[in-house]
Design a protein around this ligand. Structure first.
Ligand SMILES: *Cc1c(COP(=O)(O)O)cnc(C)c1O
Length: 378
C-alpha cells in the first residue's frame, strides 16, 4: 500500500520547538508568558484593522465566549449557517439558546442574505428577535459580508464571524475575522496553521479583550484570595501551545500560497471536464485561502457521482470527504428552525473535499491527478 495522502494534515515549520523550549527554560508553562503575548501580537499584525486577540484553547471556546459576552441566555435564539462544522452551532446550545439555521447561496456556499433577512423578519414576527448572527467563511471562502452586515445593522443584531477556516482570506481587501463585533480563529490540527489545538477571539477594543481573558481564566475578581462574582471558564491557551503558534506564524503566508496552489492544480486537472466544478472565488472581491479545495459533480452530465470518486481515491489510500452535512439535517438539531431553499443540501449530496494540505509533494499531486484522470476515463 502506498503512503496515505491526507485531506489536510499538520505542517510544522521546525521553529515551533525553539519557542516551546524557551517556555520550558523560563518556566512560563501555563496561561501567561511571552509566547502568548507574541502570538497574539503577530496575529493582530497579520489581520491588521487594529484588532486585539485573545488566544484560547479552541475556536469552539471562542464562539462560546463571544455569545456569553453578547449576553446570549437560556431560551434566546441565535442565527447561524446551516452549512458548517457542528462547532459553529454547538456553543449556542451551551448557552441554553436555540440555533436558527440559514441556507447557503450558490456563489460562496455561505450564508444566503435573502434567507437571512427572511429568517430575521419571521423570528421577530414570532416575538423572538435573534440575539446574534454567527456567519461562517466556509473552506476559506469569504461570505457576502456587505449584504450580511447591512441586514444585521438594519435590525441591530451583532455579528460573530466564524473564520476558523479562513485565516488569510480577505473580502474587498479586509481580513476575514475582522468585520464582526467578534471574530473566531481555529488552530486545530487540520486548519491552515495549527497549535496542536487552539483558537482565538478577535476583539475590536481592549475592554472586550480584557473581559475575554477574565472569563477564560475562571473569572477571578481582583483580591488576594480567590474571589468570584461570576461564572468563569478554563478556556485560555497555554504558553507552551502558543509557542507552536509563534513558529507557525512565521510560515502562515507560505501556507496560504501553497493551499491556493492546490486549488489551481485542481482547476487545471478538471478544466476540460463537463459536469465538474471546482469551488472558486465568484469575483475579485473574494480572496480565499482555499483551506480545502472542493468540487461539485453533476452526475447527470459527468455520469459519475462524488461517492464514486471518493471510493476511487480510497482505493489508492487517498483521503477525500463529502462536504459538510448541513446542521438542520443533523439528528441533534432536528427541531431547530431552518430558512432556505436546500442549496446546502444539494452541495452536500454532490460535493467532495479533495486533498488540500500545504505539505503535499509533487509526487502526491501526480498520484492524485492519476486517480482523477483514470476515474474520469472509466
Ligand atoms: C474547526 C472549526 C471550528 C472549531 O474549531 P476548534 O478549534 O476545533 O474548536 C469551528 N468552526 C468551523 C467552521 C471550523 O471549521
Amino acid at each position: 500500500m502506498q503512503n496515505k495522502i491526507w485531506l489536510s494534515s499538520p505542517h510544522l515549520s521546525g521553529r515551533e520547538i525553539f519557542f516551546i523550549e524557551d517556555a520550558f527554560e523560563k518556566n512560563w508553562v501555563t496561561s501567561q508568558g511571552e509566547n502568548i503575548n507574541e502570538f497574539e501580537q503577530s496575529l493582530s499584525l497579520f489581520l491588521k484593522n487594529d484588532v486585539r486577540i485573545c488566544a484560547l484553547n479552541s475556536a469552539t471556546s471562542a464562539i462560546h465566549l463571544s455569545l456569553l459576552m453578547l449576553g446570549v441566555k437560556c431560551d434566546d435564539e441565535v442565527i447561524t449557517s446551516t452549512f458548517s462544522f457542528c462547532a459553529s452551532a454547538n456553543p449556542i446550545t451551551y448557552c441554553g439558546a436555540t440555533p436558527v439555521f440559514i441556507d447557503s447561496e450558490k456563489y460562496t456556499w455561505n450564508m444566503c442574505p435573502l434567507a437571512l433577512e427572511e429568517a430575521i423578519e419571521d423570528r421577530i414576527s414570532k416575538g423572538k428577535k435573534p440575539k446574534a448572527i454567527i456567519v461562517v467563511h466556509l473552506y476559506g471562502m469569504p461570505a457576502k459580508m456587505d449584504e450580511i452586515l447591512a441586514i444585521a445593522q438594519k435590525h441591530d443584531i451583532p455579528v460573530i464571524e466564524d473564520a476558523a477556516e479562513a485565516l488569510g482570506s480577505t473580502y474587498k481587501g479586509t481580513a476575514c475575522g475582522t468585520f464582526g463585533r467578534f471574530g473566531i480563529l481555529s488552530f486545530n490540527g487540520n486548519k491552515i496553521i495549527t497549535t496542536s489545538g487552539g483558537g482565538a477571539l478577535v476583539c475590536h477594543n481592549q475592554a472586550d479583550k480584557d473581559q475575554a481573558v477574565f472569563l477564560s481564566t475562571q473569572a477571578r475578581d481582583s483580591a488576594p484570595h480567590y474571589q468570584h462574582s461570576q461564572i468563569g471558564y478554563n478556556y485560555r491557551m497555554s504558553n507552551i501551545v502558543a509557542g507552536i503558534g509563534r513558529g507557525q506564524m512565521e510560515v502562515l503566508s507560505d501556507r496560504v500560497e501553497a493551499r491556493r496552489k492546490m486549488h489551481d492544480f485542481y482547476v487545471e486537472v478538471f478544466k476540460d471536464i463537463d459536469g465538474v466544478d471546482v469551488f472558486s472565488e465568484p469575483s475579485n472581491d473574494f480572496y480565499s485561502n482555499h483551506w480545502l479545495s472542493a468540487i461539485v459533480i453533476d452526475e447527470k452530465i459527468a455520469g459519475k457521482n462524488r461517492e464514486d470518486l471518493r471510493l476511487a481515491f480510497l482505493e489508492d489510500n487517498i483521503e477525500s470527504r463529502p462536504l459538510w452535512k448541513p446542521m438542520h439535517l443533523q439528528p441533534v438539531f432536528a427541531d431547530a428552525p431552518y430558512y432556505g431553499t436546500n442549496i446546502a443540501e444539494k452541495l452536500f449530496d454532490n460535493g467532495l473535499c479533495l486533498p488540500s494540505g500545504s505539505n503535499l509533494s509533487d509526487d502526491d499531486r501526480i498520484r492524485i491527478g492519476n486517480v482523477i484522470r483514470l476515474f474520469l476515463r472509466k
